[in-house]
Design a protein around this ligand. Structure first.
Ligand SMILES: Cc1cc2nc3c(=O)[nH]c(=O)nc-3n(C[C@H](O)[C@H](O)[C@H](O)COP(=O)(O)OP(=O)(O)OC[C@H]3O[C@@H](n4cnc5c(N)ncnc54)[C@H](O)[C@@H]3O)c2cc1C
Length: 414
C-alpha cells in the first residue's frame, strides 16, 4: 500500500475538484465513491441543466452565503466564479447567462460538466474506486493514517479529504456520513437543518390549489428584519414553494416553527402600489360585473373563488354593490395576503443542508482540520450554505480546490 497517497472520500463536485487539484502535483490520488457513478447530485442540479455558478463578483457570492460567508473569502480568491467558468470553457464547454446572473451550460445538460470532470480525473491519473463506501477515518496520535471501508479494509493515505456532501436528497448518496466521521474525530457539528426548501402552511384552502403559480411576487416574512424575496410563487399540496420561498426558508430554519409559527405576506403585484390598484378598482366599481369575474384579471379563476371564500365575500357580489370594507379586504390580499408558516419540508427534500462541520475548527486557507493533521474537508459537509443561483456549487468547487491544493501541497494550479 502506498502511504503517501491522498484519499478523497466522496465524488461530488467538491471531491472531484479536490482530487483533480491534488493530482496536479506528484502525489497519487484515490477517489472513493460509494455509488456506481460520480456526481449523482450534480447530475440533477438546476433541473438537470446545472446552474454551475453565478457571474456576480466574489463579494456577491459571500453575500449570498447564509452561514459563515467570511470563511469563504480565501476560497473565492483562489477559485472565483470566473476561474470556474474558464476551467470548463478551456475544456470545450460553452455557457449561457440566465436571469440574475445564473450560468448554465449552453446545451442545458449537466452531463457535460460531469463528463469534463471525469475525463480530467482520468487524464490526471486519479484512481477512482466506485461502489466503495468509507466507514471511518483512521487516525493515530491526531494524524491521519487512511480510511476504513465498510468491509473493514484499511486503505492507507497521508492525507484524507472528506467531501461526502450534506444529508439532503439521500437517494443521490449524500446521507450525512461525513458528519459521523468528523464527530468521531472530535469535530463539532452545527445542527443539521433543511435549507432551500418549501414551506408548510396552516391555511388549508391554499393546499387545495396545488399547481397554481404566480409570476413576479414578493414574499415578506413579518417580524424578521424586513426579510423578503421576489420571484415566482407556486402553491403545493402542503403550502408554498418557488424561488423566493426556497431562499426565505434558509433564514426561517433558524426559528422553531412548531413553537412560533411565522407569518409570510405575499404581494402579488409588487410593481403596482396600493393607490394604483385602488384607482383600478374604483374604475371598475360602477359596472354590474361580478367581483369574481373582475378579479380573474389578477388571479386565476380557481384561486379567486377560494380566496373570496376565505375573505368571506360572495364571488357574485356586483362591483357596484361592493362595500368599501370588502374592497379594502381584496386590496389587502392583493398586496399582502398573510399565510401562517408551520413548518419546513423535510431535510430529504431540501436542496441543501444547513449546518455541518463547524468551520471554526477548519483552517479557511487550506480546509485542513485544526484537530487532526492531514484531514481536510470541502463542500456541503462543512457548515456552509447559500441561496439559490449557482452559489452552492461554487462553494463546493472553491473549497474542493483549496483542500486539494493544500493536501497535494501543489505549487502548480489547474
Ligand atoms: C435537486 C437539487 C438541485 C440543485 N441545483 C443546484 C444548482 O443548480 N446550482 C447549485 O449551485 N447548487 C445546486 N444544488 C446544490 C448542490 O448540488 C450541492 O450543494 C453540491 O452538490 C454539494 O457538493 P458536494 O460535493 O459537497 O456534495 P455532493 O454533491 O452531495 O457529493 C457527495 C458525494 O459523496 C459520496 N459519499 C457520501 N458518503 C460517502 C461515503 N461514506 N463513502 C464514499 N462516498 C460517499 C456521495 O455518494 C456523493 O457522490 C442542488 C441540489 C439539489 C438536491
Amino acid at each position: 500500500m502506498d502511504k503517501s497517497r491522498i484519499i478523497v472520500v466522496g465524488g461530488g463536485p467538491a471531491g472531484m475538484f479536490a482530487a483533480l487539484q491534488a493530482a496536479t502535483g506528484s502525489r497519487k490520488v484515490l477517489l472513493l465513491e460509494k455509488n456506481a457513478m460520480l456526481a449523482r447530485k450534480l447530475k440533477i442540479t438546476g433541473g438537470g441543466r446545472c446552474n454551475l455558478t453565478n457571474i456576480k463578483d466574489k463579494k456577491e457570492h459571500q453575500r449570498a452565503t447564509i452561514h459563515n460567508p467570511k470563511f469563504l473569502y480565501k476560497a473565492f480568491e483562489d477559485l472565483g466564479p470566473k476561474d470556474l467558468i474558464k476551467y470548463f470553457e478551456d475544456r470545450g464547454c460553452e455557457f449561457k447567462l440566465e436571469k440574475e446572473g445564473t450560468v448554465f451550460p449552453k446545451n442545458d445538460d449537466s452531463s457535460e460538466i460531469i463528463n469534463i470532470l471525469e475525463k480530467d480525473l482520468l487524464d490526471h491519473g486519479v484512481d477512482i474506486w466506485y461502489n466503495h463506501k468509507v466507514e471511518r477515518i483512521s487516525v493515530k496520535n491526531q494524524k491521519v493514517q487512511g480510511v476504513v471501508l465498510t468491509d473493514d479494509r484499511e486503505i492507507l493515505g497521508e492525507a484524507v479529504i472528506i467531501t461526502t456532501g450534506g444529508a439532503s436528497y439521500p437517494q443521490t448518496g449524500s446521507t450525512g456520513d461525513g458528519y459521523i466521521m468528523a464527530k468521531d474525530l472530535g469535530h463539532g457539528i452545527k445542527k443539521i437543518k433543511p435549507g432551500l426548501t418549501s414551506l408548510e402552511i396552516k391555511e388549508s384552502w391554499v393546499k387545495t390549489l396545488a399547481g397554481i403559480s404566480f409570476a413576479g411576487t414578493t414574499v415578506r416574512v413579518l417580524k424578521m428584519n424586513k426579510l423578503q424575496e421576489s420571484g415566482d410563487l407556486l402553491l403545493t399540496h402542503y403550502g408554498i414553494s418557488g424561488p423566493p420561498v426556497l431562499k426565505l426558508s434558509s433564514y426561517i430554519n433558524e426559528i422553531d416553527l412548531k413553537e412560533n409559527p411565522a407569518t409570510v405576506e405575499i404581494d402579488f403585484f409588487p410593481e403596482k402600489d396600493e393607490e394604483e390598484l385602488n384607482t383600478w378598482f374604483l374604475h371598475h366599481s360602477t359596472g354590474k360585473k361580478n367581483l369574481g369575474s373582475v378579479l380573474t384579471e389578477f388571479w386565476p379563476k380557481k384561486f379567486t373563488e377560494e380566496i373570496l371564500v376565505f375573505l368571506k365575500i360572495p364571488k357574485d357580489r356586483k362591483m357596484n354593490e361592493l362595500k368599501k370594507k370588502e374592497r379594502n379586504k381584496v386590496l389587502g390580499a392583493l398586496k399582502g395576503l398573510k399565510l401562517t408558516v408551520v413548518g419546513l419540508r423535510p431535510l430529504k427534500d431540501a436542496i441543501v443542508t444547513a449546518g455541518g462541520v463547524d468551520v471554526k475548527e477548519v483552517n479557511p486557507s487550506t480546509m485542513e482540520s485544526k484537530k487532526v493533521s492531514g484531514l481536510y474537508f470541502a463542500g456541503e459537509v462543512l457548515d456552509l450554505d447559500a441561496i439559490t443561483g449557482g452559489y452552492n456549487l461554487q462553494i463546493a468547487f472553491s473549497t474542493g480546490f483549496v483542500a486539494g491544493n493544500a493536501a497535494g501541497r501543489n505549487e502548480e494550479q489547474l
